[in-house]
Write a new protein. Structure first.
Length: 106
């Protein structure tokens, strides 16, 4: 998935909004005022920070060691950073975005 596809999908989820509180290079997607996705628009490859359960965090890092890492500038227990380098399938990314959204909405 490309950044625009991730953005479009995230904005299709109820009560989602976008903003740039960390500068023009960091697109933040929130629900109910809480961040669930941060897209770095300047990084090459582009990156996405997202929230996940502690069990999923480790599994995702193990499954995609060249694309998913501990969350950059985030709590490493609850956040991962994904390089959007096309190694993670689009369906998986969509599921990750939805899970992050669901965890934040609780």
């Amino acid at each position: 998935m490309e950044i625009d596809e991730i953005r479009e999908y995230a904005l299709s989820l109820p009560e989602t909004e976008e903003c740039f509180p960390f500068g023009e290079n960091n697109l933040v997607l929130k629900t109910k005022g809480k961040i669930f996705i941060i897209l770095d628009l300047a990084a090459l490859p582009s990156t996405m920070n997202y929230k996940a359960s502690p069990d999923d965090i480790i599994e995702q890092r193990d499954q995609y060691p060249d694309a998913i890492f501990p969350g950059f500038h985030m709590n490493k227990k609850h956040w991962n950073t994904m390089h959007l380098n096309r190694t993670v399938p689009s369906k998986t990314i969509q599921g990750i975005v939805f899970t992050s959204y669901t965890l934040v909405r609780k």
